[in-house]
Write a protein that binds this ligand. Structure first.
Ligand code: TYC
Length: 97
């Protein structure tokens, strides 16, 4: 039976686990294609995109951004399918941050 008295509730809200979306280097994908990927899918400026692309080119991998699991998975799928459509082997993966 209701008492008519509002009961205080404590709701625990945890921040979502962050995931990084990472681009991997390869010897075949053109540099300007990678820069365009970073501009189109990660909203980077020309300068930021060029810096990230060069980081990947010289160090083997580079971070495109940090997202929730679902958004990171969507970005990975979009980038990999766009690269395959253009017949490039560019690989995009996600890692728990
Ligand atoms: N290494 C490539 C080249 O010399 C460029 C490149 C950069 C490829 C970043 C993939 O994720 C990448 N054309």
């Amino acid at each position: 039976m209701s008492t008519g008295v509002a009961t205080e509730q404590s709701i625990q809200v945890k921040p979502p686990t962050p995931y990084v979306v990472v681009l991997l280097n390869d010897d075949f994908t053109p540099m300007d294609f990678v820069v365009n990927i970073l501009k189109i899918f990660f909203h980077k400026s020309e300068d930021e995109a060029t810096q990230i692309m060069l980081e990947v080119h010289f160090k083997g991998k580079g971070i495109c951004g940090t997202y929730t699991k679902d958004i990171a998975a969507t970005k990975v799928a979009q980038v990999n399918s766009y690269s395959r459509e253009h017949q490039y082997p560019l690989l995009c993966v996600m890692e728990q941050a």
